[in-house]
Design a protein around this ligand. Structure first.
Ligand SMILES: *Cc1c(COP(=O)(O)O)cnc(C)c1O
Length: 450
């Protein structure tokens, strides 16, 4: 065991160091060579060190350098040193993390991390929390608690009796809701298209004036802080004011919620603590390894009502909360260990510095690219920049050429009818020098693709 773990650490270290020198996109030859891993089912055992060597030899060069400093696609964090190391140690612990009595350390780490997060993000301190795979499932969890609560209010027990014959739930979402939020509604039986869409403004924010002011019956309103293209944030406090206190208010804050931890960005997310549930990612802006998302629910009882189970063989009486009372999974990895380690290593000031720095770097991208004559399409309020290099064809050519160039990696999108390149700055590892190198590559490639 000890030698193969030693080798894994050495190979991982070599891999991470190599990210500085290699292209960000996977080497096409390496991708073609993945056939080497796709063998017939082995009949006989292999040495663990040979298994690892094959993974490294064929797998490592075929990765996208998301762990490195110049990947700006989607919204993707890297892995902080303390969080990655904690992830390794917690994998060695191999705790199933369902029950405090059985796996006390991982249950306590989640409790502590939850308390720290509620303080850092300034959300109601008694909220319940779930450590899940990502914002997709965090949305699902928040909305499952919502479904429980709004139906319980009218005397319907949805966990017991399901939705057949239940009073209808009115669901409102912003026009720009993330597709995973819509999928979560579908998984919960609330329907992907059986929703009222509220129109959005030019930045993608819900138009408050378009929201109804009176609601009858069970109602859930889904807001968003951090539009995946523009970074824009709904005015959650204004939604609450207009909609009143009877509706359940959910916030998808996959990355935008972290603006709460950065003093200069806080105004964007002022007042969002009036909501009932919040979903966010830790694998985006907190920079912990995949997979890691978080759901917070003001009324912890609504969350456990939706998630808890009992059985004679399960040890449910405990002095601390049982993590599985708050999550869709029973057994799962110790996500709280990486989150605890990230928060412990950064502290409040380190989180704020990272968020502020990435936002400042996004503004630098926008200023440099508009200075070079290209169109920045959004108000750069957070870490997202949308840039068009002329018409759609030239923008797409530029994105493809930039990906092939390898200095950095950006994806494309269409924003309100215009083709654009997305720049998402989300990594602890991105230095100002990385930003300048990336700007140079973008301008050079754009000029070569007129
Ligand atoms: C990324 C994102 C999601 C989905 O998060 P996953 O971590 O991929 O599950 C949901 N909502 C928003 C606004 C996002 O940016």
């Amino acid at each position: 065991m000890s030698s193969v773990l030693q080798q894994a650490a050495e190979r991982a270290q070599r891999y991470l160091e190599g990210l500085q020198r290699r292209a960000v996109a996977p080497d096409p030859h390496a991708v073609a060579a993945l056939d080497a891993l796709d063998t017939a089912l082995p009949d006989t055992p292999s040495e663990p060190s040979d298994v690892l060597a094959q993974l490294d030899r064929y797998g490592s060069p075929a990765t996208m350098a998301m762990a490195g400093p110049r990947f700006y696609g989607f919204v993707i964090g890297s892995a902080l040193p303390a969080a990655l190391a904690a992830n390794w140690l917690a994998s060695a612990w191999d705790q199933n993390t369902g029950y405090y009595n059985i796996t006390p350390v991982t249950a306590r780490l989640e409790q502590t991390a939850l308390r720290w997060l509620l303080e850092l993000l300034d959300l109601p301190r008694a909220s319940g929390g779930a450590f899940v795979t990502g914002a997709n499932v965090a949305n699902f969890v928040g909305l499952a608690a919502a479904r429980h609560a709004v139906l319980a209010q009218v005397g319907w027990k949805v966990e017991a009796d399901g939705l057949f014959g239940a009073p209808p739930i009115h669901v409102l979402v912003g026009e720009e809701a993330h597709p995973t939020l819509i999928k979560s509604l579908g998984l919960l039986g609330l329907g992907r298209t059986r929703v009222t869409r509220i129109p959005a403004d030019a930045q993608g924010r819900m138009r408050i004036g378009a929201l109804p002011t009176a609601f009858s019956g069970p109602t859930i309103i889904c807001t968003q802080v951090g539009n995946v293209n523009t970074g824009a944030c709904d005015d959650v406090a204004a939604v609450r004011e207009r909609a009143g206190s009877d509706v359940w208010l959910h916030v998808d804050g996959a990355f935008g919620l972290w603006a709460r931890a950065a003093p200069s960005r806080h105004a964007l997310v002022r007042g969002i603590d009036v909501a009932d549930s919040w979903a966010t990612d830790a694998h985006k802006w907190l920079n912990v390894p995949y997979d890691s998302g978080l759901a917070f629910v003001r009324d912890a009882r609504a969350l456990s009502a939706a998630m808890a189970i009992t059985a004679e063989y399960l040890p449910t009486d405990s002095p601390w909360r049982n993590p599985s009372d708050f999550t869709p999974e029973l057994s799962r990895r110790a996500r709280g260990a990486d989150v605890w380690a990230a928060l412990k290593s950064l502290g409040r000031s380190g989180v704020a510095e990272m968020i502020e720095r990435n936002c400042r770097q996004a503004r630098r991208f926008a200023a440099a690219l508009s200075g070079a004559g290209f169109d920045v399409l959004n108000d750069v309020v957070l870490n997202q920049v949308l840039v068009a290099f002329g018409d759609a064809a030239r923008t797409q050519r530029t994105i493809a050429a930039l990906q092939a160039d390898g200095t950095c990696w950006c994806g494309g999108t269409v924003w309100q009818g215009r083709s654009a390149m997305r720049i998402s700055v989300c990594s602890w590892a991105t230095t100002d020098d990385d930003v300048e190198r990336s700007i140079e590559a973008m301008i050079r490639v754009a000029h070569a693709n007129v």
